[in-house]
Design a protein around this ligand. Structure first.
Ligand code: GLY
Length: 451
């Protein structure tokens, strides 16, 4: 239990919407006095600057600065929630300085920052995953592609590439173009690259938490990465998500996901690098005949997902600090983490032009936010917003997230659409958002009503 005499001061390494919901969750804990955020965003501190300290300009991978500032400010706990913070070893350094760490060590988190390693681990642990090969040079890949000319595939950087390290290809030429693009845009991350067989199925994101031995699955969601309705256009960091999706009510998929997580954790223990912290299982449900599905592993993330965190965390009955202390103490088995089972839908309101250039709207005022703040029954999570004298200005790609929660996806979307009308009316010329988040579940419910 976290009930120490002294109240906790928690540091969080994030600046986006996921960071906003994590900060909010820590602020709800009676054990937490203050939250520091590296780098944070202005809306995190809006109306609560006494309890939230922002450190703009500090990179989430800047181990030395994060540790120095944490020590200077009496940080007791640090939550490592960004992929590059995991890789850089913020966790390892914080541990050496006596700060309690919520998040894996760098070697434990390698399941995310080295995708070739993760695939090897998956093969050894017999986790169902796509067929894959790894190369360093275009020439090596060319020889292999000559023998596999017309195969649908993904070309992936093995390292971290800000979510842009995976490109779809349908033939040799497209694959070679993808490799060239990755090597140009993300040279470090794609020193080695994977070519994976494309799986055809439906994706899901599941969160679990582990103390290295035990694990608890806390919820699932589906995110929407394309920029436009109907899953069209370019990929983004995520335009919205829906929690408790109907797909993941399938017991076989739940068991498959748990089995994958259990195998990964056992493999990490065997390796001598037990995994402690949040786990993100990116799954792909593949039809295998007779209406049956099988869960494949697409990817691991060594952290919570964005924007999935915005729909999963608010539905959990946990005190985030008590959970953090249980992870640090190495025993989460006594925790009773429950998911309220509601459906939450979150939509990202992004700058017009995102995911490409949004220079034309940078620094424009977002006028709808004060109005939205006054509405009951919705949650707003800030991201790329700069605040000056209580006004909100465009400073990034994804600006803020609106989340509604209801008993089913239809009601949650209904509520959301009223709110989005306000955004469109007041800021439509400067922002964009999707209107069909959760469409798969809407379609499933429609099909069911026709039966
Ligand atoms: N939504 C996927 C991720 O956070 O990587």
């Amino acid at each position: 239990m976290a009930t120490q005499e002294r109240k906790a001061v928690v540091a969080v390494t994030d600046g986006g919407g996921r960071g906003s919901v994590i900060v909010e969750a820590y602020l709800k804990s009676p054990h937490v006095e203050k939250v520091l955020v590296f780098p944070g965003n202005d809306m995190m501190a809006e109306e609560r600057s006494d309890r939230v300290a922002l450190f703009p300009g500090i990179k989430t991978s800047d181990v030395d600065q994060i540790i120095a500032l944490s020590k200077e400010n009496g940080v007791t706990h640090i939550d490592i929630c960004q992929d590059n913070a995991v890789q850089a070893g913020v966790s390892d350094a914080a541990f050496l300085h006596g700060i309690k760490v919520i998040g894996p060590t760098s070697v434990a988190g390698r399941i995310e920052w080295d995708k070739e390693y993760a695939r090897r681990l998956g093969d050894t642990a017999e986790i169902p995953q796509p067929d894959w090969v790894a190369f360093s040079t275009i020439r090596e890949a060319e020889g292999w592609l000559d023998k596999m000319p017309e195969r649908k595939m993904f070309v992936k950087a093995t390292g971290l590439a800000e979510g842009k390290g995976s490109i779809r290809a349908s033939n040799k030429q497209e694959a070679l173009d993808a490799i060239k693009r990755l090597k140009k845009e993300h040279p470090m991350a794609s020193e080695r690259f994977l070519i994976e067989k494309a799986l055809v199925g439906e994706e899901s994101s599941t969160f679990a938490v582990s103390d290295g031995t035990n694990f608890i699955v806390v919820g699932s969601a589906q995110d929407h990465k394309h920029e436009k309705d109907g899953d069209k256009g370019d990929m983004t960091g995520g335009m919205g998500a829906v929690s408790n999706p109907l797909l993941m009510r399938d017991v076989v998929l739940q068991e498959g996901t748990e089995s994958n997580i259990s195998k990964m954790l056992a493999a990490k223990r065997e390796e001598g690098n037990p995994y402690r912290g949040w786990i993100f299982h990116g799954g792909m449900a593949i039809p295998i005949g007779n209406d049956r599905l099988k869960q494949f592993l697409l990817e691991w993330n060594a952290r919570l997902g964005d924007p999935e965190a915005q729909v999963i965390l608010p539905g959990l009955n946990i005190d985030l600090l008590e959970l953090g202390d249980a992870i640090v103490d190495g025993d989460i088995s006594g925790l009773d983490i429950r998911n309220d089972g509601k459906v939450r839908v979150v939509v990202a309101v992004a700058s017009r032009g995102y995911p490409r250039s949004y220079k034309a709207v940078r620094n424009k005022e977002v006028k709808s936010l004060p109005e939205l703040r006054r509405l009951d029954g919705i949650n707003i999570y800030g991201a790329g917003i700069k605040m000056e004298e209580s006004k909100h200005y465009i400073a990034g790609g994804r600006l803020f997230y609106i989340m509604t929660e209801e008993i089913d996806v239809l009601e949650a979307r209904e509520k959301l659409s009223v709110v989005l009308e306000i955004v469109e009316g007041m800021d439509g010329e400067n922002v964009r958002f999707r209107t069909d988040i959760g469409w798969r579940d809407v379609e499933r419910l429609r099909q069911k009503s026709l039966q």
